[in-house]
Design a protein around this ligand. Structure first.
Ligand SMILES: [Zn+2]
Length: 457
């Protein structure tokens, strides 16, 4: 084992002497086997003792080939094949790829309103077919992300198409994912996404990191070379199989981000009311009344900085902030409220205005499309429309305004200074335990950071 992971092991062993968690033992076991930047971590159960291998030698009397063939032909042979759907798949094309030749099944897949879901959308669904030796389909199971947004991180949809009493039937179920935990860490040399790529961290996890710390760090303008991160995140399994969408990324459970020498922490925790949220280690929620940005931080938007207006060079004079981003990028409400205007206004083009509590209003202009209507109640993060260049716009961008009692404000400053809610007293002891656990994991992730590089050198 290389010196770095040796050091990591010692760190954990020291820790596990101080705090006797079964979980930490799990990490030690795994770490002995892996010295990579992202490692799989055992769930919170004790490791079973390793199986010992024995070689058993037996003499088998060969039987006549004829009797063996006869036996085979009387058995039902089931072939199972798995694949991922493509946007261009037809019923026949998909079934052919799965080794199925069954016109009746193909016709059902084309015509049944539930079964057709296998083929709709952009592809990327997991499909598994069971067929007999002649290629006729016995069962088809498709697994894909749950449609309802609030379930997207916790559940998947399982579509089962099977022959019952000679007739095909398709049914849907919403099923919880099972998860595994991963540790990763890295340091910034250039951009956040370059660093997460290097550490094998999925884009969806990188975006979550930027969102979680968005009121601590402006990821467009304040990232420094040498900044570091450590993260514990979930990977998703659907019926024990790793999911292909979003690179299998689930929720970030804990993270540390060191920006310009200042360390920020986030821990995912479900408080007494069952609602999960991110907290700093002192138990203050990281969720604010207002988001730092009306667009999610993603690989697409990361390269575009918030800019002063090109004509006036000053957002106060221009009374707004421009965010460059490609046409079609989702625009979201930065806070809870209701829509006071959704439509066209000359210079603004397609524009949405939202009234929030406490005399605060926001405005989103030049949209290519509008997804809300006047009077609609919306929550923080609700999609309002998409970036465009309608009205007086030289190119695709979002023009964004934040007003308090009619006065224009710097949206990032408003987000940073908006209220945080402390954790209720009843949840504190459990929270303290959670913090201890995740800090041990983050420490491991941190120590692992240099491992692959030091090995290569
Ligand atoms: Zn503007």
């Amino acid at each position: 084992m290389n010196p770095t992971s040796d050091r990591a092991l010692q760190t954990v062993q020291r820790f596990s002497v101080k705090h006797r968690f079964g979980l930490v033992a799990g990490i030690v076991t795994l770490m002995a086997g892996f010295a990579v930047t992202a490692v799989a971590v055992a769930p919170l159960v004790a490791e079973p003792p390793p199986l010992t291998q024995r070689l058993i030698v037996e003499t088998i009397e060969p039987r006549g080939l004829g009797s063996q063939l006869l036996e085979l032909s009387t058995q039902d042979i089931t072939l199972t094949r798995s694949d991922i759907t493509r946007a261009t798949d037809s019923a026949d094309g998909l079934l052919a790829r799965l080794g199925v030749q069954d016109p009746e099944a193909a016709s059902f897949l084309r015509s049944d309103s539930t079964a057709r879901l296998v083929l709709t959308g952009r592809g990327g669904k997991m499909v598994q077919a069971q067929a007999d030796a002649s290629g006729s389909l016995q069962e088809l199971v498709a697994r894909f992300p749950a449609e309802r947004a609030e379930q997207a991180q916790t559940h998947f949809t399982r579509l089962t198409m099977s022959r019952i009493g000679g007739r095909w039937l398709a049914r849907l179920a919403t099923v919880p994912y099972t998860t595994q935990q991963r540790l990763a860490s890295g340091s910034i040399r250039n951009t956040l996404f370059a660093a997460t790529d290097e550490s094998g961290v999925p884009d969806a996890v990188a975006s979550q990191l930027a969102e979680i710390f968005s009121t601590d760090i402006d990821f467009h303008r304040e990232l420094r070379k040498g900044d570091t991160f450590s993260v514990v995140y979930e990977t998703l399994m659907a019926d024990e199989q790793p999911v292909p969408w979003n690179e299998g990324a689930g929720r970030v459970l804990a993270a540390e981000f060191v920006n310009a020498g200042h360390a920020f922490h986030a821990v995912w925790f479900k408080s007494g009311d069952g609602r999960g949220s991110y907290y700093d280690v002192d138990g203050r929620t990281k969720r604010r009344a207002f988001l730092a940005s009306p667009m999610e931080f993603s690989r697409v938007t990361s390269g575009f900085a918030m800019r002063f207006h090109p004509l006036l060079q000053n957002w106060r004079a221009h009374l707004g902030v421009d965010y460059g981003a490609p046409t079609g990028t989702a625009v979201r409400s930065v806070g809870d409220g209701f829509v006071t205007f959704a439509g066209r206004q000359n210079g603004y083009g397609n524009v949405v205005q939202v009234q929030h509590g406490g005399d605060r209003t926001t405005l989103y202009a030049h949209l290519s499309r509008i997804d809300v209507r006047k009077g609609q109640r919306i929550e923080q993060g609700t999609r309002l429309g998409a970036v465009g260049s309608t009205g007086w716009a030289t190119g695709p961008h979002l023009h964004f305004e934040f007003r308090v009692a009619g006065q224009h404000q710097d949206p990032l400053r408003v987000a940073k200074t908006s209220d945080t809610v402390p954790l209720d007293a009843a949840s504190r002891p459990q929270f303290a335990e959670t913090v201890k656990l995740v800090q041990a994991r983050l420490e491991v992730a941190e120590t692992l950071a240099g491992a692959p590089r030091s090995r290569a050198e």
